[in-house]
Design a protein around this ligand. Structure first.
Ligand code: GUN
Length: 300
């Protein structure tokens, strides 16, 4: 039977709608407008595209959007001062420093200077620790989006075998913690894993987050498994014309879709969920800062 294609674009639109509704209620009932600040250092073209998109969607959801664009030579002290000011600004509930940072800046130091309760990326060491111990935290956006899609498709994930391929701090590790929190049996696989094919073949849920184009073939997928593809890789596509490129995920879509019960496409799967979850995290942070009830279904 053909796999269900999990439509991340439609799901993200639904999440943004829920966020916008909650924002409208916060304004109407409490006179509060959630605010998100994004800090971009340097001119990395991909980062500029992301930041523009984040700002646009923040405003569309009815929230305040602030952008700090700093030049590539900005000193660590100047960047830390920008973050300190945002930490102390009561109109700002979420702060995101776009990564990667230029080489002369210490990424860990910068991220850990963000007030944990405003760390809508969930990268601060306090949030990492809270998530790891099953306590209320800010949850990284991409894994949160994956979890929402999995819960929506399956209902309960309890007892399922999940394999996360990739051990990054941004996706792999927090994804594994979230799946564990939902009572999956979790394996984290990575570049040194022995016989990855065998490990993946046991999984009811496969989350691929390695950044290697089409590395998971369909014959690794247990029939009926759910495949969540976090990869966004650009490949040359001469078949589309000279100089053309195409986006592919970390799984080989056609063969994996033939075996899977459900699969996220690239593009249009996990990608759109990341910014939707950033907006959700900003509303959550705003509610917590004001001692108000959190939006239901938008947190882990
Ligand atoms: N760069 C790529 N992905 C992300 C993300 O989720 N958050 C931040 N801050 N930077 C990124």
């Amino acid at each position: 039977m053909a796999a269900t294609v999990i439509d991340g674009k439609a799901f993200a639109a639904q999440v943004r709608g829920q966020v916008a509704e909650h924002v409208a209620r916060l304004k109407q009932d409490h006179g509060i407008t959630p605010g998100l600040a994004v800090v971009l250092v340097g001119e990395d073209p991909a980062s500029q595209v992301y930041v523009r998109s984040k700002g646009k969607q923040t405003v569309e959801a009815g929230m305040k959007s602030v952008e700090h664009k700093l030049d590539a030579e900005t000193s660590e002290a100047d960047l830390l001062k920008v973050i300190e000011d945002l930490n102390n600004d009561p109109s700002i509930h979420g702060i995101l420093v776009q990564l990667p940072l230029p080489k002369h800046l210490d990424e860990d130091l910068v991220i850990n200077s963000i007030a944990p309760e405003k760390d809508v990326d969930g990268f601060h060491i306090s949030n990492v620790g809270l998530l790891g111990t099953g306590q209320k935290s800010m949850v990284p956006c991409t894994p949160l989006g994956c979890l929402m899609m999995l819960r929506d498709h399956h209902g309960s994930l309890s007892g399922m075998d999940a394999v996360v391929i990739g051990r990054s701090n941004i996706v792999g590790k927090p994804m594994a913690q979230l799946l564990l929190g939902d009572s999956c049996t979790v394996t984290i696989a990575h570049s040194r894993t022995k016989d990855l094919a065998d490990v993946v073949r046991r999984a009811d849920i496969v989350v691929a987050a390695v950044g290697r184009p089409e590395m998971v073939p369909g014959d690794w997928i247990k029939p009926g498994a759910t495949v969540i593809d976090v990869g966004i890789n650009r490949l040359d596509a001469p078949e589309k014309g000279e100089g053309k490129t195409k986006l592919v995920g970390d799984v080989h879509y056609e063969s994996c879709a033939a075996a899977a019960g459900a699969i996220t496409p690239v593009p249009g799967g996990v990608g759109p969920m990341t910014i939707a979850c950033l907006l959700a995290n900003t509303v959550t942070a705003c509610c917590r800062a004001n001692g108000l009830a959190e939006p239901e279904g938008l947190t882990a």
